[in-house]
Design a protein around this ligand. Structure first.
Ligand code: NAP
Length: 318
């Protein structure tokens, strides 16, 4: 018997049982998958490594683009609502980290510091996080001028001046997206050559409002004064101050897939699934940002979660 944190309360649940569904990760994808699995009357356990659920969503101060929200809400609020909804469906929540998995047999095994957990199906929702630059001012101004998502924040920079950092496909694709809003973009890349594919390189080069800063690295982000927002950039060894209203950082995404690499098919570290969220292993599904896909949003994660739970239920019924 182990102690599980259940929403706002605590209860004991027996982890010696074999669960129908174990969801790994308590972000929007995981909470959605667990809630749907609960609604299918499946014995469901959600394992979240942090002490609270919500994942990246819980760190967002104001969510505006999730359908159904007339007014913006905080990510932690939305996470709390999703968690309560799952717990109402009798989903058990264990706060602890899955350290290794064995998907070789019909009953899947998951090792946690709290003991071995067994499941007929597993839905992986471990997410991913944008890589940070790790420069002064970045953390302090996150969501206050520092962004990692053009879809989420691009519209805030209509007719404004912004900087974009990175030289990969994501940075260049998002620069093109952002050029529909911003009046000027400094594209900052640490090397002479872009890593991105030729097609997107050519697209970016055709946008006149983009100023390219190669061999350039951001040294400091200072957005503390509303009237004097700027970043310090070292360009070919010389320091330059750029007056910008915001900075978008696209220097890679770190998927939380380390423990699955030996078993599951990955693409650039993300789990490859079919349209039903099935992986290359029967009975193992993935949902949310950990999937190999193009758009990572709360809305897409909850959609993935619903489909994954449906597929798990279908697999169990079959
Ligand atoms: P990525 O390809 O790894 O590119 C990351 C970029 O950030 C690189 O230009 C890298 O510079 C730079 N960078 C990394 N750390 C940095 C740091 N600390 N400071 C400054 N710059 C830094 O990442 P991604 O663009 O997110 O793409 C991830 C994967 O998905 C890639 O394999 C990509 O091809 C793929 N993808 C494909 C598509 C598509 O096919 N349409 C779209 C998006 C992504 P260096 O080049 O100097 O290392």
């Amino acid at each position: 018997m182990f102690n599980f944190t259940l929403g706002s309360g605590r209860a004991n649940a027996d982890i010696s049982q074999v669960f129908d569904v174990v969801v790994i990760g308590g972000g929007p994808g995981g909470l959605s998958a667990a809630m749907y699995a609960g609604r299918y009357s499946l014995k469901t356990l959600l394992i979240e490594k942090k002490v609270v659920c919500g994942g990246q969503m819980a760190t967002i101060s104001s969510i505006e683009n999730y359908p159904g929200l007339d007014k913006p809400v905080s990510g932690s609020h939305l996470a709390g609502e999703m968690e309560s909804q799952a717990v109402k469906m009798d989903v058990k929540i264990l706060h602890g980290q899955v350290t290794s998995v064995n998907f070789a047999d019909e009953i899947k095994e998951l090792n946690t510091p709290k003991g071995l957990i067994r499941a007929r199906t597993v839905i992986i929702c471990t997410g991913a996080q944008p890589r940070m630059l790790d420069v002064p001012g970045e953390k302090e101004h996150m969501s206050k001028g520092v962004s990692y998502c053009a879809t989420c924040d691009g519209h805030l920079y209509l007719d404004k001046t912004i900087a974009v950092v990175g030289g990969g496909n994501t940075a260049l694709e998002e620069t093109v997206t952002l050029s529909k809003f911003a009046k000027k973009i400094f594209l900052i890349h640490r090397r002479e050559e872009f890593r991105a594919d030729k097609l997107i390189r050519n697209k970016v080069k055709a946008v006149p409002k983009i100023e390219f800063l190669h061999n350039a690295t951001v040294r400091k982000i200072d957005f503390s004064h509303e009237s004097n927002k700027h970043i310090l950039v070292s360009v070919k060894g010389e320091e330059r101050t750029l007056d910008v209203d915001g900075i978008f950082i696209f220097v890679g995404i770190e998927p939380h897939s380390g423990i699955f690499g030996d078993t599951l098919k990955l693409k650039y570290g993300f789990i490859v699934t079919d349209e039903e969220m099935g992986t290359n292993v029967e009975g193992v599904f993935a949902a949310g940002d950990i999937r190999s896909k193009n758009l990572r949003q709360i809305a897409t994660a909850v959609g993935d979660g619903a489909i994954a739970a449906f597929s798990a239920a279908k697999y169990l019924a079959d």
